[in-house]
Write a protein that binds this ligand. Structure first.
Ligand code: ATP
Ligand code: MG
Length: 468
């Protein structure tokens, strides 16, 4: 309250949070509502409640990062993050429904109804760099990657530790002002994606920023600044030092951005795909593999843009399918039985992927189910198609099979049959069934001696129903 009073008496700059937590060396450019055009009613009520609650308690509070950027670009923000000069404990004491999360760097989640707003205290970045642009920060590995960045700082420092100028804008919804320390507003106007500070040092501090360049440029339709793009090719190998779980998190954002296809193409051109989706480059070089992945990504992008649900498990199953297929074929050529070979191939591929990309184990089950069902689509006689229709994963497996048809891997006729079968009446379904030459049990009892040549499109799908 005292702060608010001072604020009123001395004008807005007296509330500059740097006064409380650090020294700000330059003041921000303050852009007014008339210039930027964002009204406070664009802000989610929960975020508005949090920012005004903090300000009423005498703290600085702004909407920051992606939300401020998206509003300026005329997009609807996914979520609203708040930055403040109040410490986590101070934030916690203001909002009854709030809790402190995180150990390394504490954040506060403030809840209003079903909504949660994340509140972070202004943070400082690394302490600087030498004349060669090398980080002087004590908590960096030998490549310059920051291992700790958990110190409070001033608002200006908080802007500078962010990744891109367009992500470093602060919007005060109470005064409807935009605070800009790094020329992010102009960059947004000319749709420019520019990294803050020296690009090489910033990528060394956190190589994931290279992936963020690709994702944000595609998602927001921004031009990547020349100096921001230039070092990426050379520094791409640094991604190998990033903990797999972080890599996975950023990859997932990229794949579910609604622009996955253009991102993957861009990652390839910049040499960033190695080690992200191991063997993706090999797969993309095979015409069938490339067609399949392109279709899968296109499909995902369309679903995201139509706001339909997307299953990451389905997408990973698609990205890895040609790897499974190649391993499966190799195992069959080595004499393994088809279904056994398929299950072994699935395990082989997942073991490699879990290690490199850290696809969490929770996705294994769905990926395996989608793959294991594939041979069952060839069983179109007797009760088998009816049983398959009842399978809880039928829909996902069917969509997956259609992608295989569209990519030319299997005959489109199979996809058309299943499409018709699903929508047919009971009588029509019976009429559609293919004639089984002989019931399976009798055929077995007659004891076929000769081994059947391996044909993935004609596997004994009864066996596929019972994976080991
Ligand atoms: P999206 O809308 O896709 O979520 P975003 O910019 O909000 O994009 P987040 O991952 O939610 O991305 O990050 C929130 C903010 O945190 C960013 O706007 C940026 O200011 C900062 N940030 C995120 N990742 C980094 C990073 N690797 N280095 C520096 N700052 C980062
Ligand atoms: Mg965000």
């Amino acid at each position: 309250m005292i702060r608010q009073l001072l604020d009123r008496v001395f004008g807005r700059n007296s509330s500059t949070p740097a006064s409380a937590k650090g020294v700000s060396s330059s003041s921000p450019r303050i852009i007014t509502r008339e210039q930027h055009g964002i009204a406070r009613d664009h802000i989610h009520p929960c975020a508005l409640k949090v920012t005004s609650g903090l300000q009423e308690a005498g703290y600085a509070a702004f909407i920051v990062g992606g939300a401020a950027r998206d509003l300026l670009l005329g997009l609807e923000p996914k979520d609203f993050d708040v930055a403040t000069d109040a410490t986590p404990e101070e934030v916690r004491s203001i909002f009854r429904r709030s809790r402190i999360i995180g150990r390394r760097f504490q954040l506060v989640h403030v809840m209003c109804g079903a909504e949660t707003v994340e509140v972070s205290t202004f943070r400082g970045g690394p302490s600087g760099s030498d004349e060669n642009g090398n980080s002087l920060h004590a908590h960096a590995d030998e490549h310059g990657r920051l291992l700790r960045d958990n110190v409070f700082g001033s608002q200006e420092e908080d802007a500078k530790r962010r990744d891109f100028t367009v992500n470093a804008l602060f919007f005060d919804p109470v005064r409807e002002e935009l605070w800009d320390y790094l020329n992010g507003y102009e960059d947004i106007k000319v749709r420019h994606l520019r990294i803050i500070g020296d690009p090489v040092r910033r990528y060394r501090e956190d190589p994931v920023r290279m992936l963020r360049v690709v994702r944000l440029a595609a998602k927001l339709d921004l031009q990547i600044d020349r100096d921001t793009a230039a070092p990426i090719g050379d520094l791409a190998p640094l991604l190998r030092n990033v903990p797999p779980s972080r890599l996975f998190e950023e990859m997932l954002k990229l794949l579910l951005s609604g622009h996955a296809l253009s991102c993957v193409v861009d990652l390839r051109t910049r040499g960033l795909h190695h080690g992200l989706l191991p063997m993706l480059d090999v797969i993309l070089e095979q015409p069938l593999g490339e067609r399949f992945i392109t279709l899968a990504l296109k499909n995902t992008d369309e679903r995201v843009r139509q706001e339909k649900p997307v299953s990451p498990g389905f997408l990973f199953a698609a990205l890895l399918w040609h790897e499974v297929l190649a391993t499966w074929n190799a195992r069959q050529s080595a004499g393994e039985k088809p279904i056994h070979a398929l299950h072994q191939a699935m395990n082989d591929v997942l073991a490699v992927q879990n290690e490199n990309l850290a696809i969490p184990r929770r996705y294994d089950a769905i990926m395996k189910e989608i793959w294991a069902i594939q041979p069952r689509f060839t069983g179109r006689s007797g009760r088998r198609p009816f049983r398959l229709l009842e399978h809880p994963r039928f829909r996902a497996a069917y969509d997956f099979m259609l992608l295989r048809c569209q990519s030319g891997e299997i005959d489109m006729e199979l996809g058309k049959w299943w499409e018709a079968f699903q929508h047919a009446t009971a009588g029509e379904r019976e009429a559609m069934l293919l004639k089984d030459d002989m019931p399976r049990k009798r055929r077995r009892s007659r004891g076929r001696k000769k081994s059947v040549p391996v044909d993935t499109a004609a596997i004994d799908d009864t066996a596929a129903e019972a994976p080991e």
